[in-house]
Design a protein around this ligand. Structure first.
Ligand code: PEP
Ligand code: MG
Length: 313
């Protein structure tokens, strides 16, 4: 029933009083890009690029990557496409970049850390992204996964900018980057909160272990406070901030996120209509009241309950 009501809305995402919130799709390959491009989204908020690298003996060449990235950017001509560079390791193992056994892969050399020891993987990928950027007309933005320090962010930003791609950001998915967001994001254009990993690392709960249940919820007050700190820090740094983890696709949680200050929500395509409808039924001030109510609770279930009482969906 809610989905049917949601179908009545379209166009750019916004609250009922016209505060814009970009509604974007998460995609994981060119086929999903084509599908998403035909839908009512303002672009892609998370293009996971691991599909190019998984299940192979050797890394893909610059040409092979450029071709795939170009096809995605062409599908979104004139729209935003946020591309995340390789996020291998832990839940996304990569055969040819295996750095040996680690006792705790989720705390090991994954994400940007892997590309610091296998720098040629990132260099080739960024060269391919620069080729695709030059060949197309999308609003391209590049971001790094698993950043924990300002130094990592600066190392990455320099590489992106020296290739002529103007918009660079990082994912905030470690408590370190949320707590120190103003320093980590300083000098960058944007940040995107990855609530899947941010929840895992804040709650010290393995995201692969579904039986951890409630601990793995972005409704946990500790996670909500991390998100609040990330938003405040990005604002101090003058960077825009969005969310691209699963949390962005939960209509009630989306209201909280907007109330905390995020300007974009990126989610599975199927989640967009309901989130659009939820935003269209609340003002920005409503969202802020809702966020305050969520933050005043002491449990995930309490936070959800408080929000459903305040929200009109
Ligand atoms: C996240 O961690 O929230 C995220 C969006 O990235 P992934 O799920 O690919 O790790
Ligand atoms: Mg992640």
């Amino acid at each position: 029933r809610r989905l049917a009501a949601a179908a009545a809305y379209s166009g750019p995402g916004a609250t009922s009083d016209g505060h814009p919130v970009a509604l974007l799709a998460n995609i994981g390959n060119p086929d999903q890009a084509l599908l998403a491009a035909g839908h009512d989204v303002e672009g892609v908020g998370l293009f996971r690029t691991e599909f190019m690298f998984l299940d192979r003996q050797d890394p893909p060449s610059r040409e092979e990557q450029a071709k795939a990235y170009t096809s995605v950017l062409e599908a979104f001509e004139g729209r935003r496409v946020v591309i995340r560079t390789l996020d291998a390791g832990a839940d996304k193992p990569l055969a040819f970049a295996d750095l040996g056994e680690e006792d705790n892969p989720a705390l090991g050399r994954r994400g940007i850390r892997l590309t610091r020891v296998r720098e040629e993987l990132l260099d080739t990928q960024l060269d391919a992204l620069a080729d695709a950027y030059q060949a197309t007309n999308a609003d391209v933005r590049i971001m790094a996964p698993m950043v924990a320090t300002p130094e990592e962010a600066q190392w990455f930003a320099a590489k992106v900018r020296e290739r002529g791609i103007p918009s660079v950001g990082i994912m905030i998915e470690t408590p370190a980057s949320a707590l120190c967001a103003s320093d980590v994001v300083a000098g960058l254009d944007f940040a995107s909160i990855g609530t899947n990993d941010l929840t895992q690392y804040t709650m010290a709960a393995d995201r692969m272990q579904g039986e951890l249940g409630d601990l793995l919820s972005a409704w946990q007050p500790a996670v909500l406070r991390m998100i609040q700190l990330a938003c405040e820090g990005a604002d101090d740094a003058g960077a825009t901030i969005g969310v691209c983890g699963e949390a962005a696709g939960d209509p009630l949680l989306a209201l909280v996120l907007v109330g905390l200050g995020v300007s974009s929500l990126s989610m599975a395509l199927t989640r967009v209509p309901e989130v659009r409808a939820a935003l269209a039924q609340h003002t920005l001030a409503d969202c802020q009241t809702i966020a305050t109510a969520a933050l005043a609770t002491t449990s995930a279930t309490g936070a959800r309950q408080a929000v459903s009482e305040h929200a009109s969906i």
